[in-house]
Design a binder for this molecule. Structure first.
Ligand code: EPZ
Length: 418
């Protein structure tokens, strides 16, 4: 497994351009299955999760051009179909489950391996399946697979027990071709849901309420292809802001959508950081001393769970004691044991972590356990004294495009070894 070797030398400074959002791109690539014609998606991030999704779409019979110059095209002609997705592809990409909605709507029958859980939690799919059943699908599970059958999905009212991002997206995708109107209540309201809605609308879908807790979709007989540009990645934005913050850096971020980062910007301001906002730019100024704060992760517009680990690294070098409460996933403190190896002072009690800021962390050999925990270790390493070696950085390459190059371009001394 590959490693990053990070030896902090110069302060973080300069400008970094943020890539398209992985978590917007994955459901939007799945939306390409909804039409026979070829949809063109741009500003698609070159990350391994996106490559896996393209591979999966092709394996199901779709025409999916490999990612080139941050562009992918997807189409699914009506005469190809493969009813079962390959296990090895679905196993490594949880978001692969997002093809169930579009294929069930197009084909009336689809069989997928159950998406694995992962380090951060069991990641069940009960809310997805409950929604599809409500729309008339017959669901069968067995031997690690789930099969959904339905001649034509029927629009209906669905109330999600939890505002699940994936369940909201999967049901929106299916409802576009259902007979009648579907109303999803207690829906997720993340910016990625709005981006998916914009893409589907460009394909001829009739959707309202995306970004609120109630999304209404009027089903159509068929959709047409579209051209859609993916929104900037708000989590990559937050990650680079936090990296600069922890290492007293002076950093400008371009190609961003500041409004999508409000919860993170509010916390940075509360800690004493000065972040200047432009139309598609953010600039964070160096700040010698910054205060610890309390973080509680919540569905959007609350503080994003995908920024929790990165903020824990920042709190580890803040003045005072900070609290982190993780309410979205049941096991998302995997970064703690690795941060402790670097001298962080963190105590966990259930879903709450207490972080005693210490002035400096020390470099150590640590391991990326998952995507955002890995990002937290990069932040800690850049703020630490001495060399850090991070193992298993493949986790990072799932969600951060050209990460090593971007880090080097803003002064971080990072070297990747195979
Ligand atoms: C999406 O995952 C993101 N992934 C995650 O980002 C993100 O952390 C998460 O939303 C929350 O914002 C993508 O968009 C590809 P959920 P998803 O369904 O859709 C429970 C990253 O680092 N739940 O909103 O899987 C679930 O167990 C990744 O980029 C059910 O109980 O998240 C969890 O506790 C990590 N039943 C909570 O809801 C279900 O049927 C939130 O899950 C579905 C979910």
């Amino acid at each position: 497994m590959a490693q990053y070797i990070i030896t902090p030398q110069n302060p973080i400074s300069g400008t970094v351009s943020i890539s398209g959002s992985k978590n917007a791109a994955l459901p939007i690539l799945a939306a390409g299955l909804l039409s026979r014609g070829e949809s063109v998606f741009t500003n698609v991030p070159s990350v391994s999760d996106v490559h896996s999704m393209c591979h999966l779409l092709s394996s199901m019979g779709a025409t999916c051009t490999p990612l080139c110059e941050n562009q992918v095209t997807v189409s699914l002609s009506s005469d190809v179909r493969r009813k079962t997705a390959p296990l090895e592809l679905v196993g490594k990409l949880r978001a692969s489950f997002l093809i169930l909605g579009p294929l069930l709507a197009r084909w009336g029958k689809v069989r997928l391996p159950l998406p694995g859980g992962c380090q951060i939690g069991a990641r069940p799919i009960d809310l997805h399946l409950k929604g599809f059943s409500a729309m008339g699908a017959k669901i069968r599970q067995g031997h690690g697979y789930v099969e959904a059958v339905c001649d034509r999905l029927k629009g209906c009212n669905i109330y999600l027990d939890f505002p699940s991002v994936g369940a909201t997206e999967n049901l929106m995708l299916a409802a576009c071709l259902a007979d009648g109107t579907t109303v999803i209540e207690n829906a997720a309201a993340e910016p990625e849901i709005i981006d998916l809605s914009r893409c589907l609308t460009a394909m001829g879908a009739e959707i309202s309420g995306a970004g609120s807790d109630t999304v209404r979709i009027v089903g159509k007989k068929e959709l047409s292809p579209c051209t859609h540009s993916i929104i900037p990645d708000r989590i990559e934005t937050g990650t680079f802001l936090t990296l600069a913050a922890a290492s007293h850096g002076d950093l400008t971020l371009t190609n961003v959508h500041p409004a999508h980062s409000k919860p993170v910007l509010a916390k940075l301001e509360e800690m004493g950081f000065l972040v200047e906002m432009g139309e598609d730019m953010l600039h964070i100024a160096p700040c010698e001393r910054f205060r610890a704060v309390d973080i509680k992760t919540l569905p959007h517009p609350g503080f994003p769970t995908d920024m929790q680990a990165q903020f824990m690294a920042l709190l580890s070098v803040a003045d005072g004691t900070g609290l982190v409460v993780e309410t979205v996933f049941e096991n998302r403190f995997m970064q703690v044991s690795e941060l402790l190896r670097m001298g962080a002072k963190i105590k966990i009690d259930g879903r709450t972590a207490v972080i005693d800021g210490s002035r400096r962390l020390s470099g150590a050999r640590v391991r990326a356990t998952d995507l955002r925990a890995g990002a937290a270790l990069v932040i800690a390493a850049v703020a630490a004294q001495g060399e850090t070696v991070i193992d298993d950085i493949e986790h990072l390459e799932r969600g951060y495009a050209d990460f090593e190059k971007k880090l080097q371009s803003i002064g971080a001394s990072v070297r990747k070894t195979e």
